[in-house]
Design a protein around this ligand. Structure first.
Ligand code: ZN
Length: 241
């Protein structure tokens, strides 16, 4: 057995280093959440179920070019999904909100203008909710913070504002534009029963997502999965029964 003896100076440096790393991890875990790395308690990012059911979610729309293409594919394949709309984009495209609702999709709230810091969290959430309500007659219930970043305070504020913070458990990484096949592989590589899958139908050109969507649905079904909205997924969650 080897015994390591540290000099006093080295010992102090080591302790300082451990405190710094530990402190950083504590801050990361408790005040800032990156869903692919840390699953924050109190947010909804998956359903606890053995059933092979998953939810497709689309952020940053509605977009006048890509959202109709996404909707055509979903309609063709008889899939209902959840769209986290930006108030700003929704305001310019009320006809797309109407189409989303008419075709049975769920509409979630993705803030008004994608301010990552969410300086006007409640105001922006309510503005977006109002746009959705005016076009569809439905209020939003799930709130997805821009980038998935949410502090404990923001989590509490969202709850008080009668919304549930919804994140995701499978990131298609379509926002990186990695190529159609890679987007499909990212989903299929990480999928599991009860997963919430992150995709985008707005914000920037989403032609790769549009091309990947059909193959994603076909692949999921070939592996025995069925697709549901977030609210439907929630009804299967044994943690909530
Ligand atoms: Zn977003």
């Amino acid at each position: 057995m080897r015994i390591y003896v540290l000099s006093r100076r080295k010992l102090i440096l080591t302790v300082l280093f451990l405190f710094t790393v530990g402190g950083f991890l504590a801050i990361t875990q408790h005040s800032l959440t990156i869903p692919s790395l840390v699953r924050a308690p109190g947010t909804y990012y998956m359903a606890n179920t053995q059933e092979k059911v998953v939810a497709l979610t689309f952020d940053d729309g509605p977009d006048p070019i890509d959202t109709p293409d996404v909707l055509d594919i979903l309609k063709d394949k008889r899939v209902r999904a959840t769209f986290f709309v930006l108030g700003k984009a929704a305001e310019s495209n009320p006809h797309l909100l109407k189409r989303l609702a008419k075709e049975g999709h769920e509409i979630g709230n993705h803030s008004f203008n994608h301010d990552y810091q969410q300086r006007h969290l409640v105001e922006d959430m309510n503005k977006t909710d109002q746009v959705v309500f005016t076009a569809t007659g439905n209020h939003t219930y799930f709130y997805r913070p821009p980038g998935g970043f949410v502090s404990k305070n923001q989590l509490e504020t969202t709850k008080k504002n009668r919304h549930v913070v919804a994140l995701w458990s499978v990131d298609s990484k379509d926002w990186r534009n990695p190529g159609v096949k890679q987007i499909v592989d990212n989903v299929m590589g990480d999928v599991f029963p009860g997963a919430i899958i992150l995709l985008h139908d707005g914000g920037e050109k989403r032609s790769q997502t549009v091309k990947a969507l059909g193959p994603i649905i076909d692949n999921l079904r070939a592996h025995g999965y069925r697709l549901a909205t977030l609210s439907e997924l929630r009804t299967l969650d044994s943690d909530l029964k």
